[in-house]
Design a protein around this ligand. Structure first.
Ligand code: MSP
Length: 583
């Protein structure tokens, strides 16, 4: 039985249908008016410098964005940025002896610099301290208020500053601190909580339990991967209390004041989530994009994106985002990354060690969204050496080397050597091809579709696994036929050698094209070496081995691009015992 039909959920849905609650006037689900789409990263807290976990969120979104663009989808908008309001930042700036404004400018610039270095192809970098964002948040708030979704109440409960949230009694537990004093901490994160009493604005979140269930029931792939979809359904089967959406201004000054009530500051999560609308011009031009939005988020912020955000959107009359892609976390040598453990990994040091593409490749190849992944130097070195330097780089170097390809051109394909007609495959004519070779051709022919499917399902690691499997099999093909042993003076052997190289370069053209979203600079190096022009790099019409399939090949006979040396220099093992690249 699918989870959305479990008794509790079913009963909630029935209640929704029978009562025709007020939310039915909320929103009309559907695509954006213009077919354009929006992809976002979370906006990053600026209370510390970026680390590899932040980079991972950004690289995932970047690879998706690049893939969609290369597939020739309608215009896409890729937004990232920094989340700058809140008590945590107010306090960090104070302890650094600087103003929050200066502190945010400094830290936000660090994220922007990192993303430029990492080749994150964003179209917009939003900062929540910008005037355009303040206007969007104020408009969002007044719409919530005017539609009757806000009310004022005395609120008291356990407040966690680090999480900027009130927690229910069931979410906290007693704990002894380092000095042996009793304190209360969040069960989930272990952060200390304090009993807090305030007069707050509340959002009627409880009224959205049924609409949220209905949304997830109708959009089964809205939250991907599936275990996270199930997790949200489980949350929704429990009580969904109203949400406190403002804080006393005396406690929190670093934030956007509630319109018409300067004693209150808008809750940072409402402020932060609205960034996804700000970037598409809310409240004026967002309809061109919304709801064709795809949010890439870490599992720690799933509840905010899969419950609070869709409910808030419905409340202002907008549809929930089309997709929420969720990823797990990176640990370092088996441990959670944390400042106190001193194991926070600096992405800049990783770029220096493995190169930008080497580290992007490592994160996307090893990062499996469903589960936490562990980083340590030896693992990254092994992967980059075996797959990028040896398998891919070796294949390119071998098949473009002057010893095998003295003319420096894309070799010709001979139908006689590699016939399409199965009857002529077996020993007749000059056919040299073996059954495994035909298997390889079929595998590579199907690869672009397979890779696209993986990207659509947010399984970039799986796409890379498929590409690498083909690279290995192509190496096997070259090894099997040992073109270096053929004598170019014999016309038949020369034709066969050219055909082997033609097929290999065609395979490499497909791999180079498909790898563009993941390792853009290296893919460019491969394609340039093969003589593939920038206008010939789209993923929508790759036309693999068209000569074999009876068409023309625009590359045959074309001059190869310049030889720029090794595709990927091999990395040495690190001598330092720890092997962690820290700040
Ligand atoms: N500011 C909020 C997001 C607001 S979005 C409207 C926030 N910021 S964050 O800087 O703490 O986290 C940003 C992203 O980095 C999240 O997707 C989070 O999951 C991700 N990561 C932070 N640490 C991580 C790891 N150790 N591993 C992988 N990603 C992790 O939350």
């Amino acid at each position: 039985m699918p989870l959305f039909c479990r008794p509790a959920a079913r009963c909630l849905l029935r209640a929704a249908t029978s009562k025709q609650r007020s939310w039915t006037r909320c929103y009309a689900p559907g695509r954006s008016g213009s077919g354009q789409w929006l992809i976002t990263t979370p906006i990053f807290y600026v209370n510390g410098p970026p680390h590899i976990g932040h980079l991972y969120s950004a690289v995932l979104a970047d690879a998706l964005h690049r893939h969609w663009e290369l597939m020739g989808r309608d215009a896409g908008y890729f937004a990232t940025g920094t989340d700058e309001h809140g008590l945590k930042i107010q306090m960090t700036a104070a302890s650094a002896g600087t103003s929050p404004e200066q502190f945010c400018d400094h830290m936000s610039a660090k994220f922007r610099e990192l993303f430029t270095q990492a080749g994150i192809s964003y179209t917009d970098f939003i900062r929540t301290t910008e005037p355009r964002h303040k206007q969007a948040v104020e408009h969002f708030w007044t719409t919530l208020r005017d539609r009757g979704w806000l009310y004022q109440a005395h609120y008291e409960g356990w407040y966690c500053t680090v999480e900027e949230s009130f927690l229910a009694a069931s979410q906290v537990t007693e704990h002894l601190d380092a000095q042996g004093h009793k304190c209360m901490v969040s069960l989930e994160t272990g952060h200390q909580v304090h009993w807090t009493k305030e007069e707050n604005f509340m959002f009627k979140l409880s009224e959205f339990q049924e609409p949220l269930l209905k949304w997830l029931w109708e959009s089964k792939a809205a939250i991907t991967p599936e275990p996270f979809h199930q997790q949200v359904l489980q949350w929704l089967e429990q009580d969904l209390p109203d949400l406190s959406v403002s804080r006393d201004r005396n406690r929190l000054q670093w934030g956007i004041p509630v319109p018409d009530d300067s004693t209150q500051t808008i809750y940072v999560w409402v402020d932060a989530l609205v960034n996804y609308l700000t970037v598409v011009g809310y409240p004026n031009t967002h309809h061109a994009w919304w709801p064709a939005a795809c949010h890439v988020v870490g599992k720690d912020i799933l509840k905010f994106h899969a419950i609070y955000w869709p409910a808030l959107l419905m409340a202002v009359g907008l549809a929930p985002p089309e997709k929420i892609f969720v990823h797990s976390h990176w640990t370092v040598q088996g441990q959670k990354m944390s400042k106190s453990l001193g194991n926070v990994v600096d992405p800049g040091a990783c770029f220096w060690r493995y190169s930008v593409d080497g580290f992007r490749y490592f994160l996307l190849r090893q990062g499996v969204p469903e589960r936490d992944c562990d980083y340590y130097d030896e693992k990254a070195v092994k992967l980059v050496n075996s797959e990028l330097a040896d398998a891919l780089g070796g294949l390119l170097n071998r098949c473009t080397a002057p010893s095998l390809n003295p003319k420096g051109s894309y070799p010709g394909f001979s139908e006689a050597c590699f016939p399409k007609d199965p009857a002529s495959r077996h020993g007749r004519g000059s056919s040299k091809a073996l059954a495994e070779d035909y298997k390889l051709v079929t595998l590579v022919k199907d690869l672009p579709e397979q890779v696209s499917g993986c990207f659509e399902r947010f399984q970039i690691y799986r796409a890379l696994e498929c590409i690498m499997d083909c690279v290995r099999q192509t190496n096997g093909f070259v090894q099997r036929h040992a073109p270096w042993k053929l004598c170019r003076k014999d016309p038949e052997q020369q034709q066969w050698q050219d055909t082997i190289l033609h097929i290999t370069l065609e395979c490499l053209r497909i791999y180079g094209s498909l790898l563009q979203p993941v390792i853009p600079a290296t893919a460019d190096k491969i394609l340039t070496r093969l003589g593939v022009n920038p206008s010939e790099r789209s993923l929508s019409n790759l036309n693999f081995l068209s000569r074999y399939y009876g068409g023309k090949c625009p590359f045959e006979g074309r001059r190869l691009g310049p030889d720029t040396g090794l595709l990927f220099p091999k990395l040495e093992k690190q001598t330092d015992a720890a092997g962690i690249l820290k700040y």
